[in-house]
Unconditional design. Sequence first.
Length: 577
Amino acid sequence: MPEFKEQTRFGEIHFLHRVGRFQNAILARLLISILIFAFAGITTGWFLLEAGAPAQHNVTAIQLLAPSHAPPKSTAKQARLAIAAPLADRSRVEMIEARMDGSLAEYAYIQTNVDLDQQDDQRPARSMESLVKPTASSRAEDVFATVLRGAKPDQDNRPTSAPLAYADGAAGHVRGVPINVSTSEKQDADPIKHIVVMPAADQSLSDVLAGLESSPAKCLELVRLLKAAILRTGDRLDALLTDQAGSRQLLMVRLKKNTGEDLIIGRVEDDSFKEIRQPIVFDRLMREATSSARDLEEPLSSDNAPDLTQAQSDFPQLVHKLLHAHVPPDVVLQIVDLARKNKIQIDTDADVKGKVHLMFREGNGRKELVSVSFATESGERQFYRYHAQPESPAEFFDIEGHSVSKFLLKNPVPAGRLGDGFAWRIHPILGVRKHHDGVDYTAPLGSPIVAAGDGTIELISWQPGYGRYIRVRHEQGYFTTYAHIDHAAKGVAVGQRVSQGQVIAYVGSTGLSTGPHLYYELRKARQYLDPTTANFPAGTVLTGKALSDFRNEVNRLNGIDKLIDTSTDGSSLPKRG
């Protein structure tokens, strides 16, 4: 089929060509219109800005420095910052404990560490001023004080006023003037005291609260809310209270039971108590307890201070550092005595040093050591203060429950003078050569004789050679005999428990005796020993229930020690070990 071709006359414009020219003309006109309107808008805006600009006057110009960063943005309100200055070096905790007679007493437990491996102790004694005075790096000055003071450039990194450039090229500083600012005298908040109760045995909760809160009705309300009538061994009660002029008022109480239950009760606006379900509220108030900021490093009083001459001679560096750490002299003597009696090689020469970690308590007008740990090259030894018997004085025990603070007295007659010793001799009456199995102490007739160590009266009898005598059985198979006595002390009987230093008899001259004196004999099983040179324990060895109770006390003391550790920021001396 032949191809179709459009037939046109010569000189005639095709239809498609006419449409294309028309479209191009329309687009061109539209583009020109847009450009004209844009130019007109820009020109109009420029003239409007020129017309509204303020007239320029010939005045001193101030050059404003553009900020180098984005404008500050407001942030959401956050929790109050803790008051950390007084607590930065805290090393004590206040506690309430039951005494041997069942009454309650308040104690402060203080923890101290010394490191004898350091050649020179350059740590300055802490003071309240050093605790609360801010350093150059942490100084935060009051805003108004900065403005009113007049800044000094580049001094202590304090903020300075911005430099201003004037038209004539001069530079200077301008001081702002606060407007509508009123001032008032600074008033301190009521002091808050933090007291901890960690009972060694089951204790009445109402009795404890009665020592913390002055209102009996509030105590009953707290017992009901805490849902516990008895504080069990392993429980811990933290109390925050105000104490002014002898009038106490509880603010918050937190009871952590050994079962894991944790309950917080707080005083609210209407003076009633209710449960607090946010522990952070209690923690924040506890950190603000101002009593924990007490200056622990107050100068030692010289009144009735014990003589430390011998202790300083035996352990010069140890005594120096303990005193520098403000450990009471009585406590220093106890530490030195334990080191000496237990042959602990610490501070003996330049090469043998070590560390000492100790805890003592203050209360009832006394300061007494409760635990001490000696860490040396040969290992670590720990000792704890414990009352084995309610009627006997406290002793120091090792971790196994063996008394380490008492050793047999070498002279049980305070008024006596050493005579014949432990050796062969000619008997002054029989005239034969015989070994003297003990030692003689001459003393006036009727002079008191004391027990050389803790023990039990084994025998009160009479023999021709001994005359009238008393025999005491001690721990670990030791026996002491006191012969030629005039009579036994009143109340002393066979089977009675006696303590070291207790008067048990009086000097006499019974039996084969040439005059008033004491024959003092030490024996283990059938072996006689020289009591003037032997160094044997004279205290208690705990067994059975007594040992179990002692271990509970050790756990409690270690818990107090850990509590103090968690209350400090770690800036104190190195811990044990």
